[in-house]
Design a protein around this ligand. Structure first.
Ligand code: SF4
Ligand code: SF4
Length: 382
């Protein structure tokens, strides 16, 4: 397993983490098997959105003796009422659900206290304009949560949240299908087949801006829905009409700026081990570019998606990283010091490009790489 910095939190998180969908309805033994497999793979990041008491208790039991080895991201605003899940902004329910979560997990704190999802403007205004955000900030001040997170499926709302400067972590739904879609307040619309019947091209600009803004502001992204709830793995159910492999989905998500960890709701220890092996795969095995190129109706073209398929460069330039750093300078009017530092640390720089054209033959998406190298060289002066 490889580990990445989660924005500016200081947390070094595993590239793949464990979500809780696969724990729902499972026995304590089943949850223990998932957790043991995750720990065995080196996963150290656990997302718990579920408010169901049994899931919380079973996870708490399975993590006994391991608390100091894992980061727990628990959701605030998810409650359990009359035997059912309820997303709530009611103070009494929210605070009770938070106390219940800590008690069932047998812990004093959450590493990330995640504001349970906000997908529309009215809810955003309610949470950030009222008692909820004060409560979450108080939890952080008193170290009951160490970092503030927010989950969303809507890039417009997520971007507003990031721009408040109040959140440290964003839990966001990322996969190549969602990335083609414009922001929508109703998340179900993003997956509706009719929205994929027309040709779509390239990542939606607001989603693109969101990822780059997170990187620029040091907000770490944890990825959910990387497999589209499993639909992307099926030719029959994927909106693309072509099946992806799990490692392609994970790699796509982790090549977005600021993405540090993909959490999956794995349903068996076997699924955990399969996803947990991602970090050890060769680049060729997780290369999603041929898949995206094979999609019949929708296209990625002319814009770098950081897939790395053009490697190797004849002089050793990491073209995907140069393009990413160059793009990161475009969300503000200046070059952030962190981006400049990362660029300078590259072994080879854009100015070394000899315009041989080898990469152009390898890029499936017709990116004008030589021009991009010239642009980056001018911008960074290197
Ligand atoms: S230039 Fe093309 S092949 Fe290279 S990383 Fe970008 S999109 Fe991928
Ligand atoms: S054109 Fe430039 S970036 Fe592309 S392979 Fe040649 S030297 Fe590398």
């Amino acid at each position: 397993m490889k580990y990445r910095q989660l924005g500016n939190t200081g947390l070094l998180v595993s590239e793949v983490g464990l979500g809780c969908e696969g724990m729902i309805g499972g026995t304590p033994e089943h949850v223990r098997q998932l957790v043991d497999a995750a720990l065995d793979c080196g996963m150290n990041f656990f997302d718990l959105f579920c408010a169901e008491p049994d899931v919380r208790s079973n996870l708490g039991e399975a993590l006994k003796g391991h608390r100091d080895k894992v980061y727990i991201q628990g959701h605030i605003g998810a409650s359990w009422q009359n035997g059912q899940y309820l997303r709530t902004r009611e103070a009494e329910l929210v605070t009770a659900a938070f106390e219940d979560l800590l008690q069932r997990l047998d812990t004093d704190y959450l590493d990330v206290g995640m504001i349970h999802y906000i997908d529309n403007e009215a809810d955003f205004n309610q949470v950030f304009g009222g008692w909820f955000i004060d409560y979450v900030q108080e939890l952080k001040r008193t170290s009951r949560i160490h970092h503030i997170g927010l989950s969303s499926h809507n890039p417009e709302v997520a971007l507003k949240a990031v721009q408040t400067g109040l959140i440290d972590v964003l839990l966001f739904s990322i996969n190549p299908c969602y990335d083609l879609q414009p922001p929508r307040e109703d998340f179900n619309e993003v997956w509706t087949p009719k929205n994929y019947t027309q040709p779509l091209t390239n990542i939606d600009p607001i989603r693109d801006t969101l990822y780059k803004t997170c990187e620029a502001q040091g907000v770490g992204i944890v990825v959910m829905k990387a497999f589209g709830g499993g639909d992307l793995l099926s030719e029959k159910w994927s909106p693309f009409g072509v099946a992806m492999k799990p490692e392609h989905c994970i790699h796509y998500a982790l090549t977005r700026p600021s993405a540090a960890c993909v959490v999956g709701g794995f349903r068996s220890a076997g699924e955990v081990y399969q996803a947990g092996g991602y970090s050890e795969l060769l680049d060729a095995d997780r290369d999603y570019a041929p898949f995206l190129k094979s999609v019949p109706l929708h296209r990625f073209e002319g814009k770098c998606i950081y897939c790395g398929h053009c490697a190797p460069c004849s002089v050793g330039i990491n073209i995907a990283m140069v393009n990413k750093f160059n793009d990161l300078t475009k969300v503000q009017d200046f070059i952030p010091e962190s981006v400049r530092n990362h660029y300078e640390l590259l072994e080879h720089h854009a100015s070394e490009c000899i315009a041989c054209g080898q990469c152009l033959e390898n890029c499936p998406f017709d990116v004008p790489i030589i021009e991009k190298m010239q642009e980056a060289a001018e911008k960074f002066g290197l």
